[in-house]
Write a protein that binds this ligand. Structure first.
Ligand code: PCD
Length: 806
């Protein structure tokens, strides 16, 4: 038999299990244009909905006249807040404990806000209908600056909250104040700052940006009046949570709602929240009895759904003369726009911003975050970061550079002497986290050696001299970053969203012939889950990954899970997958022992079979065991071979990485060229190295965009200035730098397969790395801090302000 001549290594290779760069199975359909996205869904009699949006950032809505719109051929209905009010749906809860208008209720709070919903036979008729709706506005004073929003006489933005001194996260100090969130030891930190040899202080601003997935947000709602069942297809990163929220706010019983996330063209946090488009489409389908589709345009997407960042982080970092960090202080002003529509775990109104001590052993720290309303779009979502981790990483990695300048030290050395040491793990951080594992020094040395750090510094110094002699107009900047991520929310005891604990799940069924189907509570948006999760099962139970179908995103069939964001799929659902597989393996062991007529303990697992200990010629393959489980009556054992696991992780996982960027900067034009970008990632046990590399390329490219040009900008009247791709920078292959990827492996001690997340790491790590490179180029001329994005104009302006132009 072929089987018997194969070595365990050969058998293992056929499985394409963990560690294999298995080709992405989903790409067969994606590369042939056979993906099935929301906009591909076409149902009989399907209608289209579109929004009338506010041209004003702050205005009272005096009247809405829908008569002309209803006369437009093809327009069937126009919904306004008045129509939704009797259903209690004119406002909806946000995931952050605030509430948000579904349709303008008396006033509008940001440009692009949803005012009326036009339902028509097709997209064109809907657009004509939108144009025909007449809205009378009275404009109100606009606040776009979060600091001015807190002035005593600032206009009241949220009249619905008038007089409310308590918010979802404690006391409100002002009519535009949302919450204050404090972590750490304020008094102890201030005492350290007062006595420190050196204190560096800086305002670090992480500008407003947007996840901008290639596919915008959208849904199709279909209410079947005969069965009473609502089916909702949508670009949902958390389909089960959407089902529960839809049931809670609509009153439709949860079993009568089926939520399906089909293929998703990128999520990046944009598709976690619940948007007015979903609510209006559901109502419209109930009212018209027809399926209703709503798909955002690019402008709708950039203007109204889920911005990211917009954190003003005032920092103080204290150290000894030798550079030992003794304390960290941070006060953040968080601009949330018109509604607090962050998607953070309930107890974390500023997400995991308290990971801002980074990779360093900082004895005391204090963090306070004040959330503020302004006349901008709502959101504050985790754009490729685990709930404000990018902001935290940017903050600490800038503060380290600022401190290095103050100490006149090399920033690589300053990092090295402050890293948490390997033997300190599990490490208790001053702001309350328990880092599971890490080996920062090894990663750092590997990175510095790989790029030839000392040589680079020499070259940089020579270039500087040449610049001073007038022989060149280009400077070299070396950007350094060592980041620590925190991903994999749960545990349930700390993390919930709207009371739903953040566990995740996997259900595996083995078919009689030994192939399988696995269903998870998560949902891929391009990450390649169908490829990687099958690899976990392949290694755990010895069924080839190619024989395993993986399904996600249908709430009627998948086990309940909290979805995919915050790089939680591998840490949580990946763990559930391994645990479910292990349950199957345990049952398979009993069956094998029975068939081989030995005691359970006398067989052992060997790649794809159970073998009698000491008698390698006596074995049962998983295929044989699967078949037996369906036809051979084994006393006391139920037929079938399947298992489910709901996994509540004991802790988060803490991936980390060392990134180094070398950039050339043209002082006269402000243009830059990324000469090299080296990214070392440690995500514990690696499931699919090729997918990891792809994740790093994608995340670093998004980071490049953010650091070097991408921005959601408003003028002082609250006009959105970057709502098209002419203004909002998205790099193409032309601008995208070349990346060199590398890794170390420090497994997570509490994860069943030792894996940590990786999807977000490159965004978290690359933004400070690019930004630090720009700053580093100008360090010899006295630049300490300047704000992103470092577009050509801003870089030119740095040089201008430093007097470098002749
Ligand atoms: N992995 C491996 N190994 C390891 C880890 C991991 O292999 N160790 C892989 C997995 O399996 C997958 C990936 O990798 O596949 C990823 O993973 P993770 O990290 O776990 O993550 P997830 O959960 O899955 O996902 C999420 C993420 C996020 S979060 C984001 S943003 C982004 C990322 O993911 N998104 C996206 N990536 C991506 N990609 C794509 N393509 N698309 C998209 O959209 Mo947030 O929070 O939402 O913001």
């Amino acid at each position: 038999m072929k089987d018997e001549v194969q070595s365990p290594e050969e058998r293992s290779a056929t499985l394409k299990g963990m560690g294999c760069s298995r080709k992405r199975v989903e790409d067969v359909r994606f590369t042939q244009g056979r993906g099935n996205y929301v906009d591909d869904i076409k149902l009989d009699g399907m209608l289209t909905g579109d929004f009338v949006r506010s041209p004003y950032a702050h205005a009272r809505v005096l009247s809405i006249d829908t008569e002309a719109a209803l006369a437009v051929p093809g327009v069937l209905a126009v919904l306004t807040a008045k129509d939704l009010e009797p259903l209690g749906l004119h406002w909806m809860p946000t995931l952050a404990g605030d509430k948000q208008m579904v349709l303008a209720d008396g006033k509008v709070l940001f440009q692009g806000q949803e005012v009326a919903y036009v339902v028509a036979t097709d997209r064109y008729a809907a657009a004509d209908g939108v144009a025909a709706v007449e809205v009378d506005y009275e404009d109100l004073p606009v606040v776009t600056d979060p600091f001015k929003a807190m002035d005593p006489d600032a206009p009241v933005l949220r009249e619905d909250l008038a007089g409310q001194t308590e918010g979802a996260h404690g006391p409100r100090r002002h009519h535009n104040h949302i919450f204050t969130w404090e972590q750490g030891d304020k008094a102890a930190t201030e005492a350290v700052l007062a006595e420190a040899d050196v204190v560096a202080e800086e305002m670090v601003y992480y500008h407003r940006t947007h996840p901008m997935p290639l596919e915008t947000c959208g849904c199709v709602a279909s209410m079947d009046k005969v069965t009473g069942k609502l089916t909702l297809w949508g670009t949902f990163q958390a389909p089960h949570a959407v089902r529960t929220v839809a049931s809670l706010i609509s009153g439709i019983a949860e079993h009568n709602i089926r939520v399906i996330s089909p293929d998703i063209g990128g999520g990046f946090g944009n598709k976690v929240g619940v948007y007015p488009g979903y609510v209006c489409s559901i109502v419209a389908s109930i009212v018209t009895g027809k399926p209703v589709k709503w798909v955002e345009s690019r402008m709708d997407n950039l203007m109204s759904t889920a911005f990211a960042r917009d954190y003003w982080m005032q920092g103080k970092i204290a150290a000894t003369k030798e550079g030992r960090i003794t304390g960290l202080w941070c006060h953040t002003t968080a601009d949330h726009g018109g509604f607090d529509a962050c998607a953070d775990p309930t107890k974390f109104p500023a997400g995991f911003m308290n990971i801002c001590t980074g990779s360093y052993d900082i004895p005391v720290a204090y963090l306070a975050v004040d959330g503020v309303y302004t006349n901008k779009a709502p959101g504050g979502v985790a754009y490729r970061c685990s709930f404000r981790v990018t902001e935290a990483a940017y903050f600490i990695e800038r503060m380290i550079e600022v401190l290095a300048i103050k100490l006149n030290m090399d920033a690589a050395e300053l990092r090295r002497i402050n890293f948490i040491r390997k033997e300190q793990f599990p490490y208790q951080s001053a702001l309350g986290w328990e880092y599971d594992s890490g080996d920062y020094h090894t990663a750092w040395e590997k990175a510095l050696n790989a790029v030839g750090y000392d040589g680079l510094r020499r070259e940089q110094a020579e270039r500087l001299e040449a610049f001073k002699r007038g022989e060149t107009r280009k400077l070299i900047g070396i950007g350094l970053t060592h980041f620590t991520e925190i991903v994999g929310a749960g545990p349930v005891k700390n993390c919930d969203i709207l009371g739903l604990g953040m566990f995740d799940s996997c259900e595996i069924r083995i078919h009689p012939t030994g192939s399988a189907i696995a269903r998870l509570g998560t949902i891929s948006q391009g990450q390649g889950h169908a490829t990687t999760f099958a690899q976990i099962i392949a290694s755990e139970i010895g069924i080839p990954a190619d024989d395993i179908t993986l399904e996600e995103g249908d709430t009627d069939t998948a086990p309940y899970g909290l979805g995919t964001y915050g790089s939680r799929s591998t840490p949580v659902a990946g763990a559930a997958t391994a645990m479910a597989a292990r349950k199957i393996r345990a049952k398979a062991q009993m069956i094998a022992a029975y068939l081989l007529e030995v005691h359970d303990d006398d067989v052992e697992f060997d790649v794809d079979r159970f073998v009698v200990k000491g008698a390698p010629e006596r074995f049962k393959t998983m295929k044989e065991i699967a078949f037996a489980s369906y036809n051979q009556a084994i006393p006391g054992v139920e037929p079938g071979l399947e298992a489910v696991s709901y996994y509540d992780p004991p802790n988060m996982t803490y991936p980390f990485g060392a990134y180094i960027c070398v950039m050339e900067i043209d002082v006269d034009t402000g243009e830059h060229a990324v000469r090299s970008f080296y990214a070392l990632d440690d995500c514990g046990t690696r499931i699919n190295p090729m997918i990891i590399e792809g994740q790093v390329h994608g995340g670093a490219t998004e980071g490049y965009a953010i650091a070097m040009g991408q921005e959601i900008a408003y003028d002082e009247m609250g006009n959105h200035k970057t709502a098209t791709l002419m203004d909002f920078f998205v790099p193409t292959a032309w601008e995208t730098p070349h990346y060199t990827t590398d890794f170390t492996v420090t497994p997570s001690p509490h994860h069943p397969i030792g894996a940590k997340g990786v999807g977000e790491s490159p965004n978290v790590g690359s933004v400070p790395c690019f930004s630090n490179a720009v700053h580093d180029a100008f360090r010899p001329f006295g630049l300490v801090q300047s704000h992103m994005p470092h577009d050509h104009w801003r870089i030119w302006k740095i040089a201008e302000d430093l007097g470098l132009h002749v």
